[in-house]
Design a protein around this ligand. Sequence first.
Ligand code: ADP
Ligand code: MG
Length: 323
Amino acid sequence: MTKRILVTGVGGAPGFDLVRSLQRLGCKVLAVDSDPHAPGLLLPEVTAHVVPPASDAAYRAGMLRLCAKARPDAVLSTVEQELPRLLGLRRPLADLGVTTWLPPREAVTACGDKAGFAAVLAEHGVPTPRTVLPEDLDRAPDGLLVVKPRHGQGGKGVTMCRTREQARVLCELTMAPIVQEHVHGREFTADCLIDRTGRASVILRYRLLVKGGLAVVSRTFNDPDAAACVRATLAATGVTGACCVQGFIRDDADGRSRVVITEANVRVGGGFPASVAAGADYIGQYLRGLFRQDVDHGRLAYKPDVTLTKYVETLTTSEGKTR
Ligand SMILES: Nc1ncnc2c1ncn2[C@@H]1O[C@H](COP(=O)(O)OP(=O)(O)O)[C@@H](O)[C@H]1O
Ligand SMILES: [Mg+2]
């Protein structure tokens, strides 16, 4: 039977590409965003809906009203800030027959806050860049530093500096900042699918060219150390479903861990089509897990050295002020 899936966050690459992948797998998609100008609302064949942003008090009623009317089989979110709200909607959505696949609240909290994430990883012995809050700046490592918002996304507000004094100024200019050791190396993302028994598949890809926080050129690779660190991250945070974990393989480990993990996003990653091109049935198996069927991890195997190049192009043009 054709599944009807509501996808939130279709203004960003993860949501946009998720809609297309679901359509290719035969699903009908309800494309949702809080911004009426979100490009994914204009994708062919979708039913488009605008809902209040997750930060808005009207979000809950708006989502429930939409789901009660449209009755999708499931909701898939690509908006991390929305996850705490969706956790609170799980029961009423289930009452409407709408399936969700959300990790426990602790996992959402750990992944939604870069300071908390660094602490959880350090506690579990997973290598992560040294991270301090502004009040502990005296304990920041020497050398190049990164200042970034602890709840940031898409690379927004990430700055670099050389001294603690500079970091202090940048902290004043950054919303809820953290200060982190700067890592030199090859950046990677792991597209992960963790089934309901906790078994995970991990697909590694280098982020060869990043624009606006999105890996526009990705290349799949194998690296047992990196895969092990990603698996340890998944276990430490307790995340389930689709998740993308980011990290670096250091150019010069110099006695330190060769692999470091910087963040985990509880959603599909913007470059996941690279993993699909490399042979992994990533969205197909995500759908199976969503509807409580066994995830076939054998179908998440992938070839290394498959390269994906994304580009911003014109989706459509129109006349008049319809939006
Ligand atoms: N500690 C770090 N060392 C080097 N580069 C970093 C570091 N932290 C962040 N960056 C760079 O900034 C980008 C965005 O940071 P990230 O922690 O992934 O936050 P988000 O993607 O949520 O905005 C990363 O993809 C990376 O290129
Ligand atoms: Mg990131």
